[in-house]
Design a protein around this ligand. Sequence first.
Ligand code: HEM
Length: 434
Amino acid sequence: MSKTNQTNSVVKWVDDRLPVFTFMQHELHEYPTPKNLNYFWNFGSLAGIVLVTMIVTGIVLSMHYTPHVDYAFDSVERIMRDVNHGWLIRYVHMNGASAFFIIVFIHIFRGLYYGSYKAPRELLWMLGVLILLLMMATAFLGYVLPWGQMSFWGATVITNLFSAIPLIGEPIVTWLWGGFSVDNATLNRFFSLHFLLPFVIVGVVVLHIVALHTHGSNNPVGIDTTGNDDQIPFHPYYTVKDLFGLGVFLVLFSLFVFYAPNYLGHPDNYIPADPLQTPPHIVPEWYFLPFYAILRSITFDIWFLDAKLLGVIAMFASIGLLFILPWLDRSPVRSARFRPIYRQFYWVLVIDCFILGIVGANSPDDPVFSGLDGFQFIHLGMMSTAYYFFHFLILLPLLSVIEKPDPLPASINEPILGGGGNAALAPGKPMEKP
Ligand code: HEM
């Protein structure tokens, strides 16, 4: 490893003993990156920045929050009214959770489109799926802390799902609750775990980045770029591009924090938790809606497995199957740009996930279209759940065999400079004198 080219004597002294500057120069400065990355490659670094923001705001919130059923709700109200800038810190944390999921969902769908989960990035992808699971657990635990009506009833519904497991289900639920109902012991352990898990996420993100830097980024064309002139140093090209993306994100994020801070939340969570009063509709936060729809879409028993258990299995399977995605899609071509059939079905999947979200937000027995009473959200939910599993478990393995991909370019430069273009005029190359 070459040493840092910094001339500052203090930097050199430190670097000789602990090569942090050399490390940063390699991984953030010289790091060879494909030259054609588009804005979808901004979302990884954006996710990292939001993760740090969530941890910082979360630590400040925890200085003022009281994890006790008698005080939790009021302590949050106190943060909002009496703590200096408490309202801002809480709104950044609340809306930060939504932003985090939007960013990570885009990051995942980018990976699906450009085949970033394929060899040699399978472990990078699997670590990502693990991060997603940890994020979901953290968000669920955090939502319980304000101890509003949705906190309490959301926690009750979701923890109760484990009771569907035969024989050991009930004892598991009692163990999770730390008693015989969602109560103070539950709130305490949820707070403790909500504090812990983000640091576990940081650990997995470090592994994610190590795996990324082992083979480098994939790119929109999806071909390997190592060892040719398709790469540029990360700095300044992508540091600047990432900073620009961050600026755009901050503008949009500020609009929510300052002008519509409760837009994505549920008003019932401003009602203190009441174990004797069930809210008319218990709905999870928006980012859980597609999974909630899958959970509710199984309404029939199969053999000795009852509908509730099958729903729980289907919900976990919908994320679990992402772990084996690199082995379900065996097509040698990564990017959807060169996969004419996959490209179409990719968009069907995107629409399907949106529909699942809409289904999750509605009552199962409400009609989808007014005047068409026979077609209810439960039916739409069943159809879209079926498509979700069909897409991953049947379509992708099938397309790997039957689809004829378009020819791949030999390099990133080739489509731009190959066919009659003037290589001398390529960006980054000095123009020849006439
Ligand atoms: C805390 C959450 C996450 C953070 C901070 C994070 C961070 C990053 C960063 C910085 C990159 C490089 C920049 C980029 O390609 O956008 C990256 C790449 C990648 N991430 Fe994540 N990630 C997160 C979650 C996920 C999840 C949930 C998945 C998938 C389920 C995932 C899959 C990938 C893949 C496949 C790549 C390589 C993309 C490519 O080279 O084309 N990541 N991640």
